[in-house]
Design a binder for this molecule. Structure first.
Ligand code: EPZ
Length: 456
């Protein structure tokens, strides 16, 4: 049950968003059976949440295809509408955005609180108008801070005056337009790479971004901007060159399939056993995940733009070290941890990207998992079985990991705060049911206490 499943030609409205993103829902999962069937992978969330803000840089209609039906997308389309863009769905996965008449306005905290990626409006507005005023994103929900110092470093290097005041970031370029420059990022940062690339696309002159992130969604954004008339070279390497242009025209672009959604279902097969075909994949994007799951005893066959993922024999322990792409993605760490709880032997997970992304471990322990956490390290002793329990999702990927653990566990599990999961997974109930998962969504009775949700 996603936050919205718009029909054709329906305009996104804020009230529609509020009505449909209902935190008073929980999932009931009956686990303990293998998974068999076929799933179509949706457009990539982390590409969509960059491409939608980038559309505001374009004067003319942008037709964006393969848009995932997830609440982060709904929220960002709502922000564009609030700024005066016209937004209309041509079909459930194709949206036409026309920002010709868009005005530069303040992006409110309410949006930043619900969707962290609203901070991409900074780079887009700064590029188009030479000024931006955007609420700082909420604290991350995997514990610890999620700094944006590299984003601000980039904007300053592009000649913008940057102030953070009253929970907002205000940036203004001298002379009304950012100027090309060279930026060496202190840390490999997906968000900073994307935000700076957007601002630089309409800068005066050439910008060189060094130590850039290489994730597939960074490349997808560059390809989107280039299809609208930008001049970006080197995306996917650690040196991106952006020759600023005066304006971007409209066009059509299709978002890449979601590497992490696909990996999540692969981890579900690893944990539950069975055989599932994942359709609409870019196999190259899956290499790091495929290699690791193969070590764990999962069989992965590439067939054109699909993967056939099977696990018949026992799960085997392994060690995971998350790294920026093309290393093992941190966004797959919780999901693989769920499978490793059932692997024979001791596994060690080291998250080198986020230093405290293990809040979900306590929930797994309530299912019988044997896990110790020390900072950015988790040591997992595999057990014979997990048992169903009441679980509370604490962020998007942790929620997905709890779904996997619940599907593999014997007995019934209840998962609350599922709005986190629906931020990034389209029709997760329908897709899991189509491969034999026993899962349903129920209303949370009013008297049940609700955890406060915050964006991540
Ligand atoms: C993006 O977040 C993703 N979100 C995250 O996925 C993902 O975990 C992360 O990249 C790493 O791949 C989106 O794409 C919307 P970073 P982002 O900037 O851009 C440090 C999901 O589950 N850093 O690459 O916020 C930071 O603390 C989400 O889909 C700075 O120090 O991540 C971290 O240690 C969760 N200063 C590292 O860099 C900065 O200014 C990587 O962060 C920025 C980042």
């Amino acid at each position: 049950m996603n936050c919205f499943s718009l029909g054709t030609m329906k305009t996104v409205t804020r009230s529609y968003i509020k009505k449909r993103c209902n935190p008073l829902i929980k999932y009931i999962v009956e686990g303990g059976r293998p998974l068999f069937g076929e799933i179509h992978i949706s457009g990539a969330k982390n590409a969509a949440v960059a491409i939608i803000p980038a559309a505001l840089m374009v004067t003319g209609p942008c037709r964006i295809e393969n848009v995932p039906q997830i609440s982060d997308v709904t929220i960002l389309l709502g922000v564009l509408q609030d700024l005066g863009a016209s937004v209309r769905y041509l079909n459930p996965h194709t949206v036409e955005v026309d920002c010709t008449k868009l005005r530069n306005g303040r992006v409110p905290y309410e949006s930043a609180r619900q969707c962290r990626a609203s901070y991409y409006m900074l780079g887009a507005l700064l590029g188009r108008f030479g000024a931006a005023d955007v609420a700082l994103p909420g604290g991350c929900n995997f514990g610890g801070t999620r700094p944006i110092d590299q984003h601000l470093k980039g904007f300053k290097a592009l000649g913008a005056q940057v102030d953070t005041q009253g929970g907002f970031v205000m940036a203004e370029a001298a002379g009304g337009r950012v100027k090309g420059t060279s930026i060496f990022l202190d840390k490999v940062s997906v968000g900073a790479t994307i935000n700076i690339m957007m601002a630089a696309a309409l800068a005066e002159g050439m910008t060189v971004i060094e130590n850039a992130a290489k994730e597939p969604h960074v490349v997808d954004l560059a390809n989107f901007l280039n299809s609208m008339g930008a001049n970006i070279m080197g995306a996917g390497t650690d040196v991106i060159k952006v020759r600023g242009v005066d304006s971007l025209r409209g066009g059509t672009y299709s978002i890449i399939p979601d590497q992490i959604e696909a990996g999540t279902y692969m981890a579900a097969v690893a944990a539950c056993g069975g055989s599932v075909k994942l359709c609409n994949i870019i196999p190259k994007h899956m290499d790091c995940i495929t290699a690791k799951l193969t070590e764990m005893g999962v069989e992965v066959q590439e067939v054109d733009d699909s993967l056939l993922v099977s696990r018949i024999g026992p799960l085997v322990r392994t060690n995971i070290k998350t790294m920026p792409y093309p290393g093992f993605p941190t966004d797959m760490q919780p999901q693989v941890a769920a499978a490793l709880c059932l692997a024979r032997g001791t596994s060690v997970i080291t998250d080198n990207v986020w230093n405290s992304r293990f809040r979900y471990i306590d929930e797994f322990k309530r299912m019988g998992a044997q896990i110790q956490v020390d900072g950015n390290l988790a040591i997992i002793e595999g057990v014979e079985r997990l048992t169903g329990a009441q679980l509370e999702a604490c962020d998007l990927r942790a929620g997905a990991a709890m779904l996997i653990a619940a599907l593999a566990a014997h007995g019934i599990s209840e998962i609350t705060n599922v709005q986190y999961i629906e931020r990034g997974y389209e029709d997760v109930i329908g897709k899991l049911r189509s491969i034999g998962g026993s899962i349903r969504a129920v209303e949370v009775p009013e008297e049940e206490p609700l955890a406060v949700s915050s964006a991540g």
